[in-house]
Design a protein around this ligand. Structure first.
Ligand SMILES: [Zn+2]
Length: 237
């Protein structure tokens, strides 16, 4: 029986990671009635291409992420505090913070970036993306489900939670595709375009997003798709 996915959690290092890697898939989940939460670990203070003052860029990127999420229909966007762009590491604090949100949101599906390096995509393999992916998977297993891990979470009233699946972006061997409608691709383009501080040429990025969705659908019956490395993380205990 196919897994019924009603709650989806996406956890990412930077503003724009959710939209660039999974914007159309998140749009589809929203259209199907799922509750989607997007968590951004850093505020992206090292991103950009122009002379926008550095002290302003973090708030700009947070507003861009809220606008991007709205474009795909996601209202629940959360930003963690205390993690710096370009300096993200797998720490006990990060694993605990992600485990807390997993217990709060109780998703069947979690999306994040691959902790494994993809030698064909240096951008997807950004060190922050790999650190985020590793911390998220540590939070999925065992921290979120283990009542003896991070007892302070239990003390906060957060019961253990078992996530069923993880879908990883940018992984070297993507084994799963999501069939998408053109509305999902258009909403993804709107979401990606909301990150105006990151993309100098919005026309070019829109074309790239559309063409990528077509390429990712080749070898499938779909017109458009996004692809992931899908992992069953239920485990046996
Ligand atoms: Zn990123």
């Amino acid at each position: 029986m196919a897994l019924e996915i009603t709650r989806v959690l996406g956890v990412y290092a930077h503003p724009d990671d959710a939209d660039v890697g999974a914007g159309a898939t998140l749009s589809r989940f929203v259209r199907q009635g799922a509750y989607v939460t997007i968590v951004v670990i850093t505020s992206g203070g090292e991103g950009g291409f122009d002379d926008t003052p550095r002290e302003e860029i973090q708030e700009i990127r947070r507003s861009e992420q809220r606008a991007a999420a709205a474009a795909i229909g996601v209202e629940d966007v959360r930003f963690l505090e205390g993690y710096a762009d370009g300096d993200l590491w797998v720490t006990r604090e990060l694993v605990r913070d992600v485990a807390r949100i997993i217990r709060q949101t109780r998703p069947q599906l979690i999306l994040t970036t691959s902790p494994e390096r993809n030698w064909e995509s240096i951008g997807a393999s950004h060190a922050d993306h790999r650190a985020a992916g590793e911390a998220v998977l540590r939070a999925v297993y065992p921290a979120a489900r283990n009542p003896f891990a991070f007892p302070d979470l239990l003390a906060e009233g957060l019961e253990p939670w078992i996530v069923d699946e993880a879908w990883l972006q940018g992984h070297p061997s993507r084994n799963h595709h999501v069939s998408l409608e053109s509305v999902d691709v258009e909403r993804k383009i709107a979401a990606v375009s909301a990150h105006g501080s990151q993309f100098a040429d919005l026309e070019a990025i829109s074309t790239f997003v559309r063409e990528r969705a077509i390429v990712d659908a080749s070898e499938t019956d779909a017109e458009y798709a996004e692809r992931f490395f899908r992992v069953d993380v239920r485990g046996h205990d």
